[in-house]
Every structure is written in structure tokens, then in C-alpha cells.
Design a binder for this molecule. Structure first.
Ligand SMILES: *Cc1c(COP(=O)(O)O)cnc(C)c1O
Length: 220
């Protein structure tokens, strides 16, 4: 099936309150343009340099989401244009994003990444670290960032019960914190293999790559 067909099939399965991020990492601009021409305006990338190259040469009404792990020293390259940073997992990184946003006279929207998987390799905060950040005085001083919700990545497994438990756990944390943080509106969870389950568990933003663009080739 074509990119356009994949997109329209996925979109028709999403309820109105769920936003689709088309994950285009490693894919050529021609593929992204096919999705753009079919009406897709939100793209997710996991490497700042690759995202910046695509931003430079593509239409300016596209919203670029950084979905990968972010190194502090690279924030400056995307601060001018990035629309949402999904994987914020430390206060230090928030400070850097705030600093670079200020330089660009912007407020940058961020999601805090919560660690929900069983894998050691995944990044993210636990609930008490999240609480610590949100209630600290230093955090309140950061005027150029806006925390709009949470993001999580489930364990890479075929065990649906486990994935479901991890999503439910994240949703619980999300609900607890929405009470005190009314600007928390986005719960980013779900990828090609598990987005339907994620939506059942309350996801409001799904990050889908291979089901739209096909399997990724290894980057040379
Ligand atoms: C690559 C990636 C996705 C998309 O994965 P697919 O399985 O291709 O849909 C979603 N979220 C993150 C954080 C990713 O790195």
C-alpha cells in the first residue's frame, strides 16, 4: 500500500481527540512530502540533525516533534523551530531547553518522559522524580518552557498484557498530575505495534512510523 493509503487507513481508526505524529526518521524527504500532500502536518524525528535538515527544506507549516532522546548540547539546533519535545527526562535538560527557547524568544512545549518499560535501556523519570521537578521552585522560574503532558514507551514485547499494564500505569500517573496541572493535555503513548492498545488505555497522541512509511532501512 502507498503512504497515502496507509495514512488514511490509520487516520480513520483514530478518535477525534487522538493526534497522529507521523514518525519519519530515516525516511527520505520524498516520502515525507507524500504524507504532507495527503494532509499530514505533524512529523516526528529522533535525530536533531536529520530533523533540522528536513525542516530547512520542507514547507514551513509542518510541526516538527522531537521524539528521541535529547542531548543538552544539541538543543540549540532545534530551538528555533521545534514544536514539541517528547522525551524530556531531566531538570538539567529542561533548563537548557528554557535557555535556548529564551534566546529565540519562544516558549517551547515539552512532554516529560516517564519510565514505564522493563528494559534497562529506556529513558525516563519515575513518579517521584516527576513530582520533584513539578513542585520545585527552580522549575517555576523557567518561563520559556511549557510542560503540556507526559510520554512513555512500553517494553518491546509481544506480551499484550504487560504492554497494557505499562500503559495503564502511565495513564494513572497522568490522571494524578492533571488534577494539579491543568495544562497537562497530552498523553503520548503508542507506536505502530501497540497504538490501538494505547488508545484503549487513554492515549491522546500516537507516534506511528513503520505502519505509514514501511519498515525502516538501517542508516548507512
Ligand atoms: C521510532 C519511534 C516510534 C515509531 O515506531 P514504529 O514502530 O515505526 O511506529 C515511536 N516512538 C518513538 C520514541 C520512536 O523512536
Amino acid at each position: 500500500m502507498s503512504i497515502q493509503q496507509n495514512l488514511s487507513e490509520i487516520k480513520s481508526s483514530l478518535p477525534e481527540n487522538v493526534t497522529l505524529v507521523a514518525v519519519s526518521k530515516t525516511k527520505p524527504i520524498s516520502d515525507l512530502m507524500e504524507a504532507y500532500n495527503a494532509g499530514q502536518l505533524i512529523f516526528g524525528e529522533n535525530k536533531i540533525q536529520e530533523m533540522t535538515e528536513k525542516w530547512e527544506s520542507m514547507p514551513k507549516d509542518i510541526q516538527w516533534h522531537m521524539i528521541g532522546h535529547v542531548q543538552s548540547n544539541k538543543v540549540k539546533y532545534m530551538a528555533e523551530y521545534v514544536s514539541l519535545i517528547h522525551g524530556v527526562d531531566s531538570f538539567k535538560l529542561l533548563e537548557e531547553i528554557n535557555k535556548q527557547a529564551k534566546k529565540n524568544q519562544r516558549v517551547i512545549n515539552c512532554l516529560l518522559q516517564i519510565y514505564i518499560a522493563e528494559e534497562e535501556s529506556k529513558f525516563g523519570l519515575d513518579e517521584s522524580e516527576l513530582n520533584q521537578i513539578l513542585t520545585s521552585e527552580e522549575f517555576k522560574q523557567l518561563k520559556n518552557i511549557n510542560i503540556v503532558g507526559l510520554m512513555g514507551i512500553a517494553t518491546f514485547t509481544d506480551n499484550q498484557t504487560q504492554i497494557k499494564m505499562e500503559f495503564q500505569n502511565l495513564k494513572l500517573i497522568f490522571d494524578k498530575f492533571t488534577v494539579h496541572n491543568s495544562q497537562f493535555t497530552i498523553l503520548s503513548m503508542g507506536m505502530s505495534s501497540d497504538y490501538k492498545l494505547a488508545m484503549e488505555c487513554g492515549s491522546t497522541m500516537v507516534r506511528i512510523g513503520s505502519s505509514i512509511f514501511g519498515e525502516r532501512n538501517l542508516k548507512i
